[in-house]
Design a protein around this ligand. Structure first.
Ligand code: B12
Length: 254
């Protein structure tokens, strides 16, 4: 059954696929999978090579490439879930690549309901690097993941035992936010400030100032580039302005 699933996933053009029994999915800060999908037994984890767009200094092109990856990833998720339901009369639920996330002032949208990095590791698709991203043995760091949870009882693929990160520290040195200074932890807020400068924090600051301003100043504020960028980030979901940790990593680029 595992081979049939993998063959189908790869036929979609997905770069790699791994399978994990949920017994091997260990993400200490994430909710219990049974609270999301009672009866879930396995995860089918899909890996996608990120496009070279991330190298562009033009942030519209860089984010556009990521959105392409996410769109393909979402549609692959749907197809795999339906395949499991059709072929094996299974129940299947998809895990989105990024958003939606549980949003609140307390969590600040920094905790996914299912941790795709821990799922990828459990499915034998790689291990953590110094940048706290998962490095795939062949694709390297420029890899995105999605997953499909299912009630099919599938065994885990063997884990990647060899450490893939070479500790060259290039990612740490290239992080303009200094978000990777502490080993084993990304400083989310420092990362967000640089990577998503038109996120919710900026929106709150903008609208607070707007509410307190005179009509004349409000007219000026909606002509400012800040407002136009906030507007776009809001309707596309988010716009990244930094890909340094991902694009500076030499692993997979040789
Ligand atoms: C919220 C989120 C963010 C937040 C918060 C990140 C965070 N601290 O987890 C912010 C906005 C900061 C962010 C940034 C980025 N993200 Co993000 N993000 C997510 C999301 C939606 C949820 C992550 C989550 O639940 N984290 C909370 C819990 C699970 O993490 P944690 O247990 O605290 O683990 C942290 C550390 O303890 C450490 N860690 C845990 N165990 C171990 C073990 C070892 C040995 C080591 C070294 C480290 C380590 O790693 C984590 C990083 O802080 C996932 C998608 C998903 N659903 O998983 C994508 C995801 C993790 N992001 C991804 C990417 C690509 C990015 C960015 C490159 C985007 C960008 N252009 O900036 C940066 C990278 C930042 C970085 N180097 O860490 C990819 C990672 C792919 C990969 N190859 O690993 C994911 C999986 C999206 C996807 N579908 O592919 N992200």
């Amino acid at each position: 059954m595992k081979e049939k699933i993998k063959e189908f996933v790869l036929s979609l053009g997905v770069d790699d696929v791994g399978i994990a029994s949920i017994k091997d999915y260990k993400s200490p800060r994430s909710p219990d999978l049974q609270s999301i999908f009672p009866g879930a037994k396995s995860l089918v984890v899909l890996a996608y090579k990120e496009l070279s767009n991330c190298e562009s200094e033009n942030m519209q092109i860089a984010t556009g490439g990521r959105l392409d990856t996410l769109e393909f990833a979402r549609s692959s998720n749907y197809r795999v879930a339906r395949f499991l339901e059709r072929e094996f009369k299974a129940k299947a639920m998809t895990v989105p690549p990024s958003y939606p996330l549980y949003m609140s002032y307390e969590t600040k949208g920094t905790l996914g309901d299912v941790s795709l990095r821990h799922a990828a590791i459990a499915a034998g698709l790689g291990n953590f690097g110094r940048h706290n991203l998962v490095i795939h043995p062949k694709i390297g760091t420029r890899v995105a993941f999605t997953a499909v949870m299912t009630n099919l009882d599938l065994s885990s693929d063997p884990p990647v035992s060899e450490r893939l990160c070479t500790d060259c520290n290039i990612c740490v040195e290239n992080c303009p936010a200094h978000a990777l200074d502490e080993e084993g932890k990304t400083d989310d807020m420092k990362c967000l400030k640089i990577s998503q400068p038109y996120g919710i924090g900026s929106a709150i600051r903008f609208w607070t100032k707007f509410a307190e301003s005179s009509t004349e100043d409000q007219k000026k504020m909606v002509k400012d580039v800040n407002f136009w960028r906030l507007y776009q980030a809001g309707f596309i979901g988010f716009q990244y302005f930094c890909f340094n940790c991902m694009k500076s990593c030499p692993i997979g680029q040789e």
